[in-house]
Design a protein around this ligand. Structure first.
Ligand code: ZN
Length: 418
C-alpha cells in the first residue's frame, strides 16, 4: 500500500467522492474544507500515522491480554431549527445503546457476516456513556440543546468560511473539550451528507468530533430507513478513532486502501445490501464492514486490524479520553470563603456575636479577633459546623476585626462591640 498516495488523496478527493453521491458519510466534506493544500494537516497526519504503525507493531509483539473495557464520555449537542430536529432523550439513548452494541460485537445482525469474514469480526472493547459530569464539574445528562435560527445548520457556513454548528456566536453550540469528551453534534445537514467526522489531526479543536443528521441518529421510529439502526454514528466514530473508509480514499483503483491488513482491498464503496460474494481488486469485498456505505441492516463488523488502529488512537492523539472524569462521580469542590459564605451578626454587638458559615466541607477554619491596634484578643480553630457564636462581654467596647482563615483563603470582617 502506498501511504503517501493515501494522504494526498484523502485531501483532494472531494470530487471523487461526490460522484458516488456519498449519502452515507461526508468524511471528505470536512477534510477537504480544512485539508486542501494544508501542509500543517498533512504533517500532523503523517506523524499520527507513524505513531500508529509503531504502536501497533509494538503491541503485536506482545501477547494480546484481557483488556479492560474503555468507556468514552459522550456529550450530544442537539442544535435544532425545526421542532422535529429537537430529538428526544430517548432517541439519543437509543443511539448510544446501538453504538455500544456495534463496538462490543453485540449487534443483532451478526448473521449478515459472510462465513469468510466471521473470524475477523471482533469486540472492540470500547463503550460510550452519556457524560455525567460537565467541564465545570457539575452534574449533567450529557445532552445540550440549542435552538437556532438557521436551517440545515450542520452544513451551513458563516462569512469567514466557518461552519456555524460549532460556534455559539454563529447560531450553533460550542463543543466541550475534545480532550475529555467525544462531542457529537446532532443537526440537520439537509440530507447530505448524513454525517461527518474529524479524523485525528485534521480539525481545529473546536470542530473536533462527530456530526450527524437527526434523521439518522438513534434507532427510534423517528429515524429514516435504511439508515435507521444508528450505524452512521458508528461509522463516523470509526473515523474519529482514525479509521479510513475500507477502500481507502480514492475509488476506482486498488493501489491503496485503509492501512488495515485484515480488510481486503476494495475499489470503492457499496450501497444498499450487496449479495455475497461481491469482489474487486482480486478478493471478495467486506461490504458488511462499518466503514463501508452499505445500508445499516447490512453493516455488522469491525476487524482486529481496525481495533488496533482505534486503540492506537486512544493511546496517542485521543489519549485524553482515557483519563476523563466525564462519566465519573461529582466531587464537590469546597466552597470558597467570601462575603456571602461568612455572615456575622448583629453588628454592632453587645453580648453574643453569631457566626454563620455557609461552607460545605469540614476543613478546620481558624477564627481570630483583632482589636483596632492589630492585637489578637481571641482565636479558635473550629470546623464550620462547630462555629456558632462568640461571647464578647469581656471585650472593651470599640472596633474589632474578625478574621477567618481556611487553607490559603482568608477574609476579614469589621465589627463594633458596644
Ligand atoms: Zn465515512
Amino acid at each position: 500500500m502506498n501511504k503517501l498516495l493515501l494522504f494526498f488523496t484523502l485531501f483532494f478527493c472531494t470530487q471523487l467522492n461526490a460522484q458516488f453521491l456519498d449519502e452515507h458519510c461526508g468524511q471528505s466534506y470536512i477534510s477537504s474544507f480544512h485539508g486542501s493544500n494544508n501542509e500543517e494537516v498533512i504533517t500532523q497526519r503523517n506523524e499520527i500515522e507513524k505513531f500508529t504503525s509503531e504502536w501497533i507493531q509494538n503491541y503485536q509483539a506482545q501477547p494480546i491480554q484481557q483488556r479492560e473495557v474503555i468507556t468514552i464520555p459522550v456529550v450530544v449537542h442537539v442544535v435544532w431549527n425545526e421542532a422535529e430536529e429537537n430529538i428526544s432523550d430517548l432517541q439519543i439513548e437509543s443511539q448510544i445503546d446501538a453504538t455500544n452494541a456495534d463496538f462490543r460485537k453485540l449487534n443483532a445482525n451478526l448473521s449478515k457476516i459472510p462465513d469468510e469474514f466471521l473470524d475477523h469480526a471482533v469486540d472492540i472493547e470500547i463503550e460510550f456513556c452519556l457524560a455525567t459530569v460537565d467541564p465545570f464539574g457539575n452534574a449533567t445528562n450529557g445532552i445540550t440543546r440549542t435552538q437556532t435560527d438557521f436551517q440545515n445548520i450542520a452544513t451551513l457556513y458563516a462569512p469567514g468560511n466557518e461552519l456555524r454548528i460549532f460556534n455559539d456566536d454563529l447560531g450553533g453550540k460550542n463543543g466541550w473539550s475534545p480532550e475529555k469528551y467525544l462531542n457529537i453534534w446532532v443537526g440537520s445537514t439537509g440530507g447530505f451528507p448524513l454525517g461527518y467526522a474529524c479524523m485525528p489531526g485534521t480539525c481545529p479543536s473546536w470542530e473536533d468530533g462527530v456530526i450527524i443528521d437527526p434523521l439518522v441518529f438513534g434507532t427510534t421510529c423517528n429515524t429514516k430507513a435504511p439508515f435507521n439502526l444508528g450505524r452512521t454514528t458508528t461509522h463516523e466514530i470509526g473515523h474519529f478513532f482514525n479509521l479510513y473508509h475500507i477502500w481507502g480514499s480514492a475509488s476506482d483503483e486498488c493501489q491503496e486502501d485503509d492501512l488495515v491488513d485484515d480488510t481486503p482491498f476494495q475499489n470503492g464503496p457499496h450501497f444498499g445490501c450487496p449479495i455475497y460474494p461481491t469482489s474487486s481488486c482480486g478478493s471478495n469485498d467486506m461490504f458488511v464492514n462499518y466503514m463501508d456505505y452499505s445500508d445499516d441492516e447490512c453493516l455488522a463488523m469491525f476487524t482486529e486490524g481496525q481495533k488496533l488502529r482505534m486503540l492506537a488512537a486512544l493511546n496517542g492523539p485521543r489519549s485524553g479520553l482515557l483519563t476523563s472524569n466525564g462519566c465519573g462521580l461529582i466531587t464537590p469542590s469546597p466552597r470558597s470563603l467570601n462575603n456571602n459564605s461568612v455572615l456575622i451578626f448583629p453588628n454592632p454587638v453587645i453580648n453574643c456575636l453569631h457566626i454563620d458559615l455557609d461552607l460545605d466541607n469540614q476543613t478546620p477554619i481558624l477564627i481570630s479577633l483583632y482589636n483596632a491596634m492589630g492585637q489578637r484578643v481571641l482565636s479558635s480553630v473550629n470546623t464550620p459546623d462547630d462555629v456558632r457564636s462568640v461571647d464578647v462581654t469581656s471585650l472593651v467596647p470599640g472596633v474589632y476585626f474578625v478574621n477567618f482563615e481556611l487553607g490559603n483563603q482568608s477574609i476579614t470582617k469589621r465589627i463594633v462591640v458596644e
